[in-house]
Design a protein around this ligand. Structure first.
Ligand code: TMP
Ligand code: ASP
Length: 236
């Protein structure tokens, strides 16, 4: 499978067309942004780590019955995925208070919730991805009621599978962001990526941050954190 023309360039990935109209190739970059794109940088090795980790997790989820866009890893940075039309919602699941939740509601980070929470943001850079609820998503025709129900059920299933997996490698899954896509037949699949860019990972014993918060918050040790997550997942 070969890339033909570039279809899209995002903050962390490029997407290319292929000779098959139903498949595209994603290419992961080392570029990192934060604070709504205001902070820019490079995390050396990130593209390859996010590609491999996301593919591993998508395959684990497929085995557990969650349909995903994953087709085939081509090389350390590139993967063939099913072409989808992205539902313009960022779906965030939280198990422990952190980040914007802690800030918005004025609570400390680290409160373990009895039940996971779910929230939606309207994926729109010009509007800075505003927080919305399901009724807003329906009013804006971002997704149908049925699609929203499917997305919620899939997101909670992803959480239970990943929470257990990460705990088995000594990592607390604090929160994460998912994106979903529509296939030509209208069915919904998990798309985008699952990586230290899109999840908060805390060491189970020390609560050390092993994710992109080290970049967002200028904590140093960013590359080492990505490498550590890679070692834990692949045991290399
Ligand atoms: P938040 O606490 O900043 O709302 O982030 C919640 C989770 O979503 C966290 O794991 C990081 C992830 N996330 C993204 O993947 N992309 C984004 O643009 C933002 C704001 C958060
Ligand atoms: N990637 C997002 C941005 O550039 C935010 C984040 O992950 O913190 O704004």
């Amino acid at each position: 499978m070969e890339k033909t023309m570039q279809l899209y360039e995002g903050k962390a990935k490029k997407v290319y067309a292929t000779s098959d109209e139903n498949l595209v190739i994603v290419s992961y970059k080392d570029d990192a942004t934060a604070l709504d794109g205001l902070k820019k940088g490079t995390i050396t090795g990130k593209g390859a780590i996010n590609n491999r980790m996301s593919n591993y997790l998508m395959q684990l989820l497929e085995k557990e019955g969650v349909p995903t866009h994953f087709v085939k890893e081509l090389n350390d940075r590139e993967t063939v995925v099913r072409k989808v039309s992205i539902v313009p919602l960022e779906v965030i699941i939280r198990n422990i208070s952190a980040g914007s939740f802690a800030k918005r509601y004025g609570v400390e980070e680290g409160i373990v919730f009895d039940e996971p929470t779910i929230e939606f943001s309207y994926k729109n850079d010009a509007l800075h991805d505003p927080l919305i609820n399901e009724y807003h998503a329906l009013a804006l025709k971002l997704a149908s009621r049925e699609e929203i129900e499917t997305i919620k059920a899939m997101a909670f299933k992803v959480n239970s599978v990943l929470k257990a997996f990460f705990l088995s490698i000594g990592v607390k899954l604090v929160d994460f962001k998912l994106e979903f896509g529509r296939l030509p037949d209208g069915s919904i699949v998990l798309a985008d990526e699952i990586s230290p860019d899109t999840c908060r990972f805390w060491d189970a014993k020390t609560n050390e941050k092993l994710d992109k918060d080290r970049f967002r918050r200028d904590m140093g040790g960013v590359e080492d954190a990505y490498q550590e997550m890679m070692h834990r997942v692949f045991g290399e």
